[in-house]
Design a binder for this molecule. Structure first.
Ligand SMILES: Nc1ncnc2c1ncn2[C@@H]1O[C@H](COP(=O)(O)OP(=O)(O)OP(=O)(O)O)[C@@H](O)[C@H]1O
Length: 265
């Protein structure tokens, strides 16, 4: 076997190339953390499969198929921009915020360990869990949607803007029966109650249990079309459901809810 020339390789490595590789690795990791647990991951995987398939058919000299895939991929950049438009928008928005490092606590977690981050997260989640406990007890129907970034286009049409600190009593008062805002969903994003009374897209999944009415369908619907997760409290049974990526988990206990929100929110 031919000896590998390490000296040649070492000569080629410069400080600039090391910094270059590090910056690319950080960028990949940042993009991954932005799209983790979102539908964009599936889209990206789909594109990766097409890309690998293209190279496979090309190496097998399957001319017709490789030409078709090649034509398809030649519009790939445009397709990428269109498909990932919300993610690209969020990425640029996020990058542009001048208090970026302080606001995005996740970075501190990555850099200095996750213990503090986890504790901060539990403090953040506590008022929501407490509100859910009390609404379950009083059988108050509720729909709370969690999104990483508030999308004006999606929510501003129907919602009542609130933009307030997350508090148990505020959540309870929004959803109590006589509140003018109780109909529709509350949206929580960027550590705030952003809006209430939001009308969400309904799922048209016909395999859902028949007892699922509009509240559940709206919670599942928004988790299908966006990277949002939704907590649904049934007015009829007081049961808590958790919707993510179009799938729903029934009868979620408070312990589970805390874990799920800690992971996804
Ligand atoms: N498109 C929508 N987006 C957000 N919320 C909605 C939407 N449609 C209905 N809702 C909410 O759902 C409530 C009606 O719930 P419905 O009884 O149909 O749901 P359900 O899933 O059976 O839940 P429950 O077990 O609480 O009865 C409405 O009062 C309104 O607050």
């Amino acid at each position: 076997m031919k000896n590998f020339d390490f000296d040649f390789l070492l000569d080629k490595i410069t400080w600039v190339s090391i910094i270059d590789i590090l910056v690319v690795a950080i960028l990949i990791y940042y993009v991954y953390s932005l799209i983790r647990n979102t539908l964009a991951v599936n889209l990206l995987l789909g594109m990766l499969i097409i890309f690998l398939f293209y190279h496979l058919v090309k190496s097998l000299n399957m001319d017709l198929l490789s030409t078709i895939i090649n034509k398809f991929m030649s519009v790939g950049i445009m397709a990428l921009i269109i498909i990932f438009q919300p993610e690209i928008r969020r990425f640029l928005l996020h990058l542009g915020k001048n208090t970026f490092l302080q606001k995005n606590k996740a970075w501190w977690g990555y850099l200095f360990g996750s213990k503090d981050l986890e504790r901060d997260n539990l403090i953040r989640i506590k008022p929501i869990i407490d509100a859910c406990k009390s609404m379950k007890k009083t059988r108050t129907g509720a729909l709370i949607v969690f999104v990483k970034f508030y999308d004006d286009e999606l929510f501003s049409n129907s919602c009542e803007l609130i933009d307030s600190k997350i508090s148990k009593r505020l959540l309870e008062s929004i959803f109590q029966k006589y509140s003018p805002l109780h109909d529709g969903a509350v949206v929580i994003a960027e550590n705030k109650i952003k809006s209430a009374s939001c009308i969400l897209p309904l799922t048209d999944n016909d395999k859902l249990p028949p007892q699922f009415g509009l509240r559940h369908r709206a919670g599942i619907g928004v988790s299908e079309t966006t990277d949002a997760v939704a907590v649904i409290i049934s007015e009829e049974t007081g049961e808590i459901a958790y919707a993510k990526q179009g799938r729903v988990r029934m009868n979620v206990s408070f312990g589970e809810l805390e874990k799920l929100l800690n992971k996804d929110f």
